[in-house]
Design a protein around this ligand. Structure first.
Ligand code: HEM
Length: 460
């Protein structure tokens, strides 16, 4: 009997995955995406065990709603998230639970109000223009690495918009740190599933922990400088420095502020850059869809420079971005742990059960999507969206822990796509779309390289 779940209860179709534990463990280290039970693409609930520890994969929008929205108070972030992320991100907004999470979310919410976000558009457009100019300066047909260059673009944007500019932080140290930290993430995930003691060594551990210390030090230096400086600024640092706990009135410590700033620096640039990389690769491989997006950009801008007011009008570009996140959701797998017993689609879930929400599988589920592997932005035409269950598509999660940066990311992505597509044409070099690989986020197994041509240059 699977621990924490009564398989004899009626309800949603439940599949019991019987893969051997060692096979699952090796698959998790190689690529957790490939380790997903195949039934997550066909069933509603999949119970799986690894070394005696059970987990329940929730693969149906109705059940997602029931778990993440209706029973949100029964779920915590769980050990798995914390063990992987806490060495770098401490107890910040992404990892915290309960009252601590609530305080942080309320404190940070004003930075993401819609009107506020619109003020960031000039910085987003300027960073995209810089990337475009850098590409064009390399000459027609130059080969660029999309992943690397787009990370630079979104990193610049997060520093500029949320932290009042790049001057205050050692950006290179943080970028190197993120890369070193994520390398052994799959080992961290497996050891946390196995509840192995924290001292257990694994390949890349020393380097990852060194990276966490270096990134935290870079941010701490900035926080100390801002405290010394004393001038009130309306960016994230300003909000965090001014915050006071609604229950105790205490201010946030430098440690707590560092947890949050690093959370925003990392969560706020990596995911968007990955989504943009996949989007541009998909467009390079689908010229007819690219042409339709370009026609919209030309119609909205009248052939002139992209301006902040244009972004809301680029509905088809937004559809392209959503369809790309359907196929390649940057955060493809999220976890929760049940804090108390509750009922999910007729199945009793016991306290302690680990719930996994395989966003990647929901987005390619045979019961939810016709021809799920095909890239078709028309799926996101307003009438289609209205006809579908809201949680069939959930790249930003669901419920009260939904991504705080979702509107920021979408606005940023549409702005960057508009600037780049308007001026450059991309052609795949070699394999157009590398296999996706999961390391907390969904990365291409190898860098996506494309040739860049100024628009107007004939196709080679
Ligand atoms: C395409 C881009 C992005 C994607 C796909 C994405 C995805 C997600 C997802 C799935 C979650 C929920 C995690 C869970 O439920 O366990 C999340 C949470 C979060 N994201 Fe994003 N994100 C993106 C961009 C951003 C940006 C731009 C920021 C900040 C500027 C950001 C900051 C956060 C934070 C702080 C949380 C934790 C929220 C909380 O628990 O209250 N993300 N994101």
């Amino acid at each position: 009997m699977t621990q924490g779940l009564n398989l004899d209860e009626p309800g949603f179709d439940l599949h019991r995955n019987r893969r051997k534990s060692w096979a699952s463990a090796f698959a998790i280290i190689r690529d957790p995406l490939a380790s997903l039970p195949p039934q997550v693409f066909t069933h509603s609930l999949v119970a799986s065990r690894i070394f005696g520890r059970s987990r329940l994969f929730v693969c149906d929008p109705v059940l997602v709603h029931e778990a993440l929205v209706r029973n949100a108070d029964a779920l915590g972030k769980g050990e798995e998230n914390k063990r992987v992320l806490a060495p770098a991100l401490g107890n910040g907004l992404l990892t915290a639970d309960g009252a601590s999470w609530k305080w942080q979310r309320q404190t940070l919410a004003p930075a993401f109000q819609f009107d506020r976000l619109r003020e960031f558009l000039p910085a987003m457009i300027a960073a995209a223009e810089e990337t475009r100019d850098g590409w064009l300066a390399q000459g027609s047909g130059a080969v660029v690495g999309l992943g690397h260059d787009l990370m630079t673009t979104t990193f610049k944007i997060i520093l500029e918009t949320m932290l009042s500019g790049p001057g205050q932080i050692d950006a290179a140290a943080v970028r190197r740190g993120v890369s070193d930290y994520l390398k052994p993430a799959n080992w961290m995930g497996l050891l946390s599933i196995l509840k192995a003691p924290r001292w257990v060594p694994y390949p890349g551990r020393r380097r990852a922990m060194k990276a966490a210390v270096a990134m935290r030090a870079a941010v701490q230096t900035m926080v100390a400088a801002r405290r010394r400086d004393g001038a009130a600024q309306q960016d994230l640092v300003g909000l965090l420095l001014a915050a006071s706990d609604p229950e105790t009135g205490r201010a946030m410590s430098d440690e707590e502020i560092t947890d949050n700033l690093l959370t925003f620096i990392i969560a706020g640039h990596e995911t968007t850059a990955l989504a943009l990389g996949w989007t541009l690769a998909l467009l390079a491989a689908h010229p007819a869809i690219e042409a339709k997006a370009l026609a919209e950009i030309e119609a909205v801008t009248g052939g002139g420079a992209v301006k902040p007011d244009h972004i809301d009008q680029l509905g088809y570009v937004r559809q392209v971005f959503n369809e790309s996140m359907r196929l390649y959701p940057p955060a493809p797998l999220i976890f929760r742990a049940a804090l108390r017993d509750f009922d999910l689609g007729g199945h009793p879930v016991k306290a302690g059960t680990v719930l996994a929400f395989p966003i990647y599988a929901l987005h390619r589920h045979v019961k939810l999507w016709d021809d799920p592997e095909t890239f078709d932005p028309d799926r996101f035409a307003p009438a289609e969206v209205k006809a579908r269950h809201r949680y069939a598509f959930m790249p930003f999660g669901a419920g009260h822990r939904i991504c705080i940066g979702s509107a920021f990311a979408t606005m940023e992505a549409v702005a960057i796509l508009a600037v780049l597509l308007q001026s450059v044409r991309l052609e795949p070099v070699g394999e157009a779309l590398p296999a996706p690989k999961l390391r907390i986020t969904l990365r291409p197994a190898k860098e996506i390289e494309t040739r860049v041509f100024p628009r107007g240059d004939a196709r080679q």
